[in-house]
Design a protein around this ligand. Structure first.
Ligand SMILES: O=P(O)(O)O[C@H]1O[C@H](CO)[C@@H](O)[C@H]1O
Ligand SMILES: [Mn+2]
Ligand SMILES: [Mn+2]
Length: 397
């Protein structure tokens, strides 16, 4: 039976989504976006030389069949490694409508999202009056500040002083399905902020807003404000059992690494280990050494997306891929005979594309430890099926 390690390279898409024309970055459709394909091309053309140089060096991902997966997904013709892949490789297509992180992960875990997420409009007042009233009541204030789309650091700079003076919470949103509340840890109070978020979360989840996020900060108008590490996400829970539940129900342990805990509201997980990507890689290495037989380790590496994809930083994304490739090669050497390591992604975020939003794409599925050969074109849900079958866990439905 062995163990299963499932690592999501957040936003590492490979193009070719059949419905890409229905998705936009600004005015431009996502048709043709190809995160990894375009990074490989940019590196080969010498256009991604900041902090690195030349063609993208990812021998481990290549040996597992990445270039073949890209060609299968999108038809993009890249120089092909001459050797046959040593892993199983394929391209997965999403059916959930959102090109967001929870949609991608839930479907990879066997649950296509059965609804449309609610996104708040980019109007002067993003939130409906009833919601504003409900939040102010829960906060015990006369009103709220913000009520708009904003980057989190910019809005505390703009409204931090007014917030400290009036005591009103700063509420804002973004292109994601989120309701975020920024408040000062001392003058508003951290516990009060967390209680407020917890209290209003059920009504936002009922509206199909994916997450309420507490964004505490400290500082002064004179010295400037800074967000603290006490961020808390109150995410909507998956409405049905997912891969981690199936594994747990069959008696296996499940470990969540990084954002996986929030994405699934810890549904089906025994333990959460957090940190930056480098730390997560160490957690993953420790679990390769220690995780019990029959267990699932589910990891999300968010920096590809959060630090490089949204900032359209091709060199940075390439550096992150080269780092990831080296680290994963080391982990594969330590797998036990019966183990499976699956590398995949949740959506695209092509750093060569206009805009700053995710791109609708197919994703690679690369599997180490269980032989070689193609998986062909599969669905996101098949990833859950492959992992469950490997662990001998029944797949419902
Ligand atoms: O700009 P900040 O506050 O970091 O917000 C970002 O973080 C949120 C959740 O990850 C995203 O929806 C985006 O809005
Ligand atoms: Mn994501
Ligand atoms: Mn993102």
């Amino acid at each position: 039976m062995g163990r299963a390690f499932l690592a999501v390279m957040d936003s590492a898409g490979i193009g070719g989504a059949p419905d890409a024309a229905q998705y936009f970055n600004g005015d431009l459709r996502d048709t043709g976006a190809n995160t990894l394909g375009h990074i490989i091309e940019a590196c080969a053309a010498g256009e991604a030389d900041e902090g690195r140089s030349g063609p993208l060096r990812i021998p481990c991902l290549s040996a597992l069949g990445l270039e073949r997966a890209i060609a299968l997904a999108s038809g993009l013709e890249l120089p092909m490694p001459t050797e046959e892949p040593r892993g199983r490789w394929g391209a997965a297509t999403e059916i959930s409508r959102g090109k967001d992180t929870p949609s991608g992960h839930w479907e990879l875990a066997g649950l296509p999202v059965p609804w449309d997420w609610h996104f708040f409009p980019e109007n002067d007042a993003s939130f409906p009056p009833e919601l504003v009233t409900r939040v102010a009541e829960a906060a015990g204030t006369e009103g709220i500040l913000g009520n708009c789309h904003a980057p989190g650091t910019a809005i505390i700079e703009r409204l931090g002083a007014e917030h400290m003076q009036s005591g009103w919470p700063i509420c804002y949103t973004s292109a994601d399905s989120v309701f975020q509340i920024a408040a000062h840890e001392e003058t508003f109070g951290l516990d009060r902020l967390l209680t407020l978020c917890e209290e209003i979360a059920p009504s936002l989840h009922a509206m199909k807003v994916g997450r309420v996020i507490a964004r505490p900060f400290t500082g002064t108008p004179e010295q400037g404000f800074e967000r603290t590490g006490n961020r808390r996400d109150y995410a909507i829970a998956p409405p049905r059992p997912v891969l981690s539940n199936w594994v747990q129900n069959a008696g296996g342990s499940c470990f969540a690494l990084g954002k996986i805990g929030d994405i699934f509201s810890m549904q089906g997980f025994d333990e959460l280990r957090k940190g930056k990507d480098a730390e997560l890689m160490r957690h993953l290495g420790n679990l390769v050494a220690e995780a019990p037989e029959g267990s699932l380790t589910f990891a999300n590496f968010v920096e590809f997306d959060a630090i490089h994809g949204h900032r359209r930083d091709v060199s940075g994304y390439a550096r992150a891929l080269e780092w990831f490739d080296r680290e994963i090669a080391g982990l594969i050497d330590n797998l036990r005979d019966e183990d499976m390591l699956v590398l995949t992604a949740d959506h695209g975020n092509d750093p060569t594309w206009p805009g700053t939003d995710h791109t609708r794409e197919r994703v690679p599925v690369l599997i180490a430890g269980t032989g070689a050969g193609t998986l062909g074109q599969i669905g996101f849900c098949d990833v859950a099926g492959i992992v469950a079958t490997h662990l001998g866990v029944p797949v419902p439905g």
